[in-house]
Write a protein that binds this ligand. Sequence first.
Ligand code: AMP
Ligand code: ZN
Length: 448
Amino acid sequence: MDGKTVRMYTCGPTVYNFVHIGNLRTFTFQDILRRWLHTRGYMLQHVMNITDVEDKIIRSAMAEHKTLKEYTEVYEKAFLEDADALRLQRPERLVRATEHIPEMVSAIQTLEAKGYTYISEGSIYYRISKFPEYGKLSHNDFSGIRAGARVDMDEYDKADARDFVLWKAKKDSEPSWNEPIGDGRPGWHIECSVMAMKYLGETLDIHAGGIDLTFPHHENEIAQSEAITGKPFARFWLHAEHLIVEGQKMSKSMGNFFTLRDLIEKGYQPEVIRYLLASVPYHNKLNFTFDQLKAAGTAIDRLRNYKLRLDSNTFSAGINEKLVERTAAAVKQFDEALDDDLNTAEALAAIFEYVRDTNSAMDSGDFHEGNLETARALMERFDSIFDVLRPTVRQGEITDEEIEGLIAERVNARKSKNFKRSDEIRNQLLERGVILEDTKEGMRWKRK
Ligand code: AMP
Ligand code: ZN
């Protein structure tokens, strides 16, 4: 709205368990969005919530005789570790629902004063019929809504619009907050309205989440926020389509439910998973398959080999003007694809076609020293968004510095004709997954 800073709110995880790769698909899309907005010159004020009070959390915490905090902090930490492994940039603010109870209470009081609420069995509900625009985001027709039908859970039956709970009365020994509006706890929807507006103002630039949140969660956020402020709540809504696995909805009972940890345990590198999650435009369903995951690994290898070639070959002097133009065209294609509602598939196609063309130019000796800078800049532009070229160093794995150190030692050993030591080092590196290649342009290394 101010032409400089994009104020963005994204619905974060409910920390009752490890996040799954479907959640991570949505979070990866948001990361690509962040990075592209940055590249296009915007600053970001991005807020993500952590839902740390909710039906499932309360059930699980009580079953394990833990406080909400004790129960959720484990999964919050795990979420942040997973996000780091996938190289998701941290939002400017991560905010916990339980740390914003007074603000939620006061928002509910405002809704109460404006006549949007009613009380039933001690809980406070939002009266949807008071908000005639209800349904404008999901374009559902709620004209037949049953007035007074209520839902007080955080888990919803899709398709059916019902008055939703703002403040849920305490039941039995559930954790609760004793507030002027009653002894209870907030509903899920009020949390996002309140935290979004607290940090980003009454009208946000972007609100994003997974497609399942469109209704009822985001519809309810609009109803609450706009009833409070009388202003539009968000200017743009972006929803990621779901990830499915081998054509099926992911579910624990089907045995096709994966967390990031599951896949890493199976030996897949986080950046390979990131690549696959980012490669399908967010407005399309993503069909996750192990074949695709292997293909993602191969794709990254091709790009890494190409980059290695740029970094380690020696090229003849001069410049190939045609290639300069080819590079500019690739940059344009890449940028236009991402400008087009983040068409990541197109953007990747631009890079792969370019890599194929420049590889053949190198083969035929038509790639010159003067072409290096722009070629490198394009790969950097690509990687500043996709971020997959740097291999993840696993615990105990040899670092780039150690490799370079051993290679320097090997060069010296060979200079002094100590071939025994030189071979030793080569084998030692091989054992640790590093391959040395003596090419006519000199020595280069890569990880297996
Ligand atoms: P939750 O922790 O359930 O609140 O979900 C966190 C985010 O993941 C929300 O934006 C959801 O819409 C999104 N999400 C849940 N399941 C999937 C899925 N299968 N594919 C993509 N996004 C999902
Ligand atoms: Zn939300």
